[in-house]
Design a protein around this ligand. Sequence first.
Ligand code: SF4
Length: 312
Amino acid sequence: MSRLPTVPEQPIIRPPSEAASVLVRATRGCGWNRCRFCGIYPSFGEPGHSFRSAKEVCRDVRALAAEWPGAESVFIGDADPPAMPLADFEAILREIHAAFPKAERVTAYARASTLWRLRPEGLARLAAAGLTRVHVGLESGDFATLRLMRKGYSPRILVESGRWTKAAGLELSWYVLLGLGGLDRWREHADGTAAVVNAVDPHFIRLRRLWIYGGDDPESPAGMPESPLWALVRAGRFRPQTPEGTVHELRRFLERLEGVSSELASDHGNNYVRVAGRLMADRDGMIEEIDRFLAWPVEKRQRRYRLAGSQL
Ligand code: SF4
C-alpha cells in the first residue's frame, strides 16, 4: 500500500535573518509562554506547547530535503527546541545534516535559561550534533525589567549561558528589545543591557522595538488579541516609552558598549533609526547617525515615527 505524502509542519515565526532557510518545526508553541510583552504563539493560534517526536520531525526533514536538496541553511522552531529531550534534538540535528549535506548553518530559537540548564556539557553535545547558532531573546540586561516582564531569567543567567554557548562553539544571536524598561527604567534597561553585552560579546545583536499590540493600540487591526502587557499598563505598573525616548535609549545603549566585536543589526521594520555595522569599529558612526536623526525638525521626526509603524 502506498503511503500518503506528508506535509511538513512549519514554524509559526522565524527570525528575519532566516528568510532563505528551510524551516523545520520541532516544537509547537512556547513552553514558557509567560513573558508579558509577548503572547505571540497564542496570538497566532498556538496557545499550547508540545515537543514533536524525533521520528515525526525527521520524517518532515526528509520531505523538505526532497524539495530543497541544496539548501545551505536550516532554522528549527517553534520556541526553544533545545528544551526537548537532548537525545531527540541530537537525532533531529543529525538527520538535518544527513538530509541537507550543503547546510552550513543550522539554527534554532533558544531560551537563555534552557542554555544555562544544559550547562557546557549539553551545549557541546548540541554543537557536536550540528547546531551552529542560537537565536536568544536577551530583551534586557536590567534585573527589575526582566522580572517585571516575567522573562524567567536574570542578567547572571544571560551572562553565564552566553559565555558557555560561545565556548561550546555555537554562534550567539541576541535580541534586544528597545522600550522594554518603559518610561521609568529606560536608563537602567540601556545600561544593564550594555553591561550584559559587554560581558559576553555575542556574535550578533539584533534590535527590536517593543510593540504593545491590541488593546488600546490604534495601529492594531480590529479583533487582534491584546498583548499581556496591557494589564500592567492599565494598572499603572508600566508606562510605555515614547518614540523619541526609544531613540535616546538606543543611543545610550551604544554609548555604553565597550570592547565587543558583535555584528549589530536593526533587521526589523519597526526600528525608528536603523543602525547597523560591526562593533566597535562602526559604533561611533551609528551614534552620529542617531544624532543626525535627532537634529531633524520635530515634524520630520514625528513623521518617521508614524511611518515606521509597529509590526511583528
Ligand atoms: S518571548 Fe519567547 S520565551 Fe517569552 S513567551 Fe514569547 S516565545 Fe516564549
